[in-house]
Design a protein around this ligand. Structure first.
Ligand code: PMP
Length: 435
């Protein structure tokens, strides 16, 4: 009997998980595309854990690399010291990163990557003599983690409601909800590019000389898979360039092959100044994040003798050797198995399979890009989230793990998925909706 009989001391992350206390769904093992539950059932992982296990679960090469590194150099400081594997991993990461993003700052999570990126943006303007640029612009419905900066630039109002404005001088690009009304569009929607021009309005409101950076998820994940219209990110890039504002892409979800290219920047042909990553960087196996920046940004801190004073930042576990070993083995696995482009190979199959659900009960929109999908359901009047959560429970009972956010079912399976397993996901979703 593996089920703990006393759950009282464990504070579940996020209060919405309260229901789990009554009916805990315990996952006790995993391999490749599947979890095993405590009652011995196999469950197909339709969400890569939490959008992170891109190469699938318990891959022997990654497990072995961790084991070996833990027995060789378990921990070493990254302050005033170095260890070879951190340099090696940073170099390999830059090899797969979009052109121009050639320095890497290691963190331990997506939230820390976001805080790091925001601080880099502020510090960069300061060392360049533009210290008045302190304002940060996020987007409505954006998700950037749970720390102070990320909560502030984040645009999911519920997440901020207990805290008010944590950072002053933050604004959000509005009307992002319109991006969800894609009416069963496939890939990038044709309509809505003008929403990017809201940035011009915000710049005019605050004056460009006060704005440090704009941060967006290229495809917003946590708010229910919001895919930007054609040309939207390019337009944001142009407006930022025109006004000397840094553009940050939060690629915590979209990084490492999720869209069928190594990064969303590659998919959309738009390179940001700073790019945050985590999750897939170590296949979700060891907590780690990596922030990529352009050389010019890195060098701005490294030229004067006083750079340490201008930018004091770093974590005890930045570039932790075991995390780097996991990351290197992950990158090798991605490359050996062609996983960073697999979403492109399978994209058309995935798209057709998902859109075959358009006549399933309660479905009001379907969106897809790379190996990400969203099935939006008509809410039960007065009971938001209930329909999708019921479908989630049913699917889990029948052997599929999916994720719901509001009345949206989000899917993001490991990139090792087969066509048969795509069919299985779609069949399971249909069954859950019929039920
Ligand atoms: N940014 C984005 C875009 C995310 O999706 C997430 C996590 N879902 C985060 C930041 C925060 O990452 P973490 O939970 O590792 O702190």
């Amino acid at each position: 009997d593996k089920r703990p009989n006393d759950l009282s001391a464990f504070w579940m992350p996020f209060t919405a998980n309260r229901q789990f206390k009554q009916a805990p769904r315990m996952l006790v093992a995993a391999q490749d595309m599947h979890y095993t539950t405590d009652d011995g059932r196999k469950v197909l992982d339709g969400t890569s854990g939490l959008w992170c296990v891109n190469a699938g679960h318990c891959r022997p090469k990654i497990t072995e690399a961790i084991r070996e590194q833990a027995g060789k150099l378990d921990y070493a400081p990254a302050f005033q010291m170095g260890h070879p594997i951190a340099f090696e991993f940073a170099n390999r990461l830059v090899d797969v990163a979009p052109e121009g993003l050639d320095h890497v700052f290691f963190t331990n999570s997506g939230s820390e990557s976001v805080e790091t990126a925001l601080k880099i943006a502020l510090a960069y303007h300061r060392v360049k003599g533009e210290g008045s640029r302190t304002r940060l612009i996020g987007r409505e419905r954006g998700y950037h983690g749970v720390n102070f900066g990320g909560t502030s630039v984040g645009g999911i109002v519920n997440n901020r409601k207990m805290f008010g404005t944590l950072l002053t001088g933050v604004d959000h690009l509005p009307h992002t909800h319109l991006l969800t009304k894609n009416a069963f569009s496939r890939g990038e929607p044709e309509h809505g590019v003008e929403l990017a021009d809201e940035l011009e309005r915000i710049v005019a409101l605050h004056d460009a000389s006060t704005i440090a950076a704009v941060i967006v998820e290229p495809v917003a994940g946590s708010a229910g898979v919001l895919i930007p219209p054609k040309g939207y990110l390019k337009r944001l890039r142009e407006i930022c360039d025109k006004h000397g504002i840094l553009l940050i892409f939060d690629e915590v979800i979209t990084g490492f092959g999720r869209l069928g290219t190594p990064f969303a920047a590659d998919y959309f042909g738009v390179v940001p100044d700073i790019m945050t990553t985590a999750k897939g960087v170590t296949n979700g196996v060891i907590p780690m994040g990596a922030v990529f920046v352009r050389k010019e940004i890195h060098d701005a801190f490294m030229t004067g003798p006083e750079h340490m004073i201008e930018f004091f930042h770093g974590y005890t576990y930045s570039g932790n050797p075991i995390a780097c070993a996991a990351g290197l083995a992950t990158l090798e696995t991605y490359k050996e198995e062609g996983l960073l482009n697999r979403g492109e190979e399978l994209g058309a199959y995935w798209e057709n399979a998902l859109h075959s659900l358009k006549d399933a009960p309660h479905v009001i929109d379907i969106r897809n890009i790379g190996l990400v999908g969203a099935i939006e359901l008509e809410p039960i009047p007065g009971q938001p989230t209930k329909r999708a959560f019921s479908a989630f429970l049913k699917a889990f009972e029948n052997g599929l793990l999916m994720r719901t956010t509001g009345d949206i079912i989000a899917l993001s399976p490991p990139l090792i998925i087969t066509k048969d397993q795509i069919d299985e996901i779609v069949d399971q979703v249909r069954k859950a909706l019929n039920a």
